[in-house]
Design a protein. Sequence first.
Length: 337
Amino acid sequence: MKKIVLKHLMKSIVLISFLLLTMSAYSKNNSNSSNESKEKTWAEKLGFPEGKRVIILHADDAGMCEEANIATEFYLENNYIQSAAVMVPCVNAEAFIEWTKMNPTKDVGVHLTHTSEWKNYRWGPVADPAKIPGLIDPDGMLWHEVPDVVAHASAEEVEIEIRAQIDKVIALGYRPSHIDTHMGTLYGHPSYVKAFLKVAQEYNIPANAIDLSNPDVVAVFREQGYPITDEVIELMNQYKLPKVDFFTSAPNAKTYEEKVANFKLLTKSLQPGITEIIFHPSVYSDFLKSITGSWQQRVWEAKMFADEDLISFFKNEGIVFTDWKDIMKRYEKMNKN
């Protein structure tokens, strides 16, 4: 049953119709419960204006290939997006980390990677494979899918790989601003969540932790197949670093115009608070096309956030942008007061 639920999790993240449905439900549920709950959003706790939608535009999968690096560096250099994270096991990760060291004001984290999903373009772990046999598939690489990781890898093995990836980046001369999770793996089992949050607190590097004190948020993620148990909710309640109020991804589409339109709909559906929105920008190449069937979505995602139409839309909607470095500065200031 667990394996079926997790497969549903991975499928749901790319189905635009389901995404918009759940976001609509989130918006409706929050509207219905607004008079019942006086709890401040994390945006308000951190000093953002009350009632504002605060967004982190976050590029996943930097380091996966040169095409991803080119797109992400362009976006960050021109301040079209606020944040990115690097896949440390991948062949182009070190090149992106070197770029980050030359651009130290940019917000770059570690996209903790415990899967290797593509058919012909794959990678292994950073840690010694002998110490994490449950993370290694028959080809000597990380497993293709999250359910495979959950079926084979202990939380201890997952934690070893988490630490190895963070430590490698630090050893290369850069301290990551945050950590998050490739393909949602670290939310795939409560024991993985525990390891994820524990390491974040030990290193004092914020995880992409979602505030689960709001039942409506819990309901949305449970609908999407995430195993948000009472244990996970309590772990998140006890977590001592800042959180986001919501988390989602850029919707897919059949055309570029539809892609932008869908993103506008997603933005309009957001409730006040901090929302991290992930996407996977890459410039076009024949090599990218050979790696992944999602190449077209990734190419559009390398274009849309520099699109003047979308930039004007954000301005007209009164969107406030932030990043993990700003969030941590605000959090530390909050705790001093």
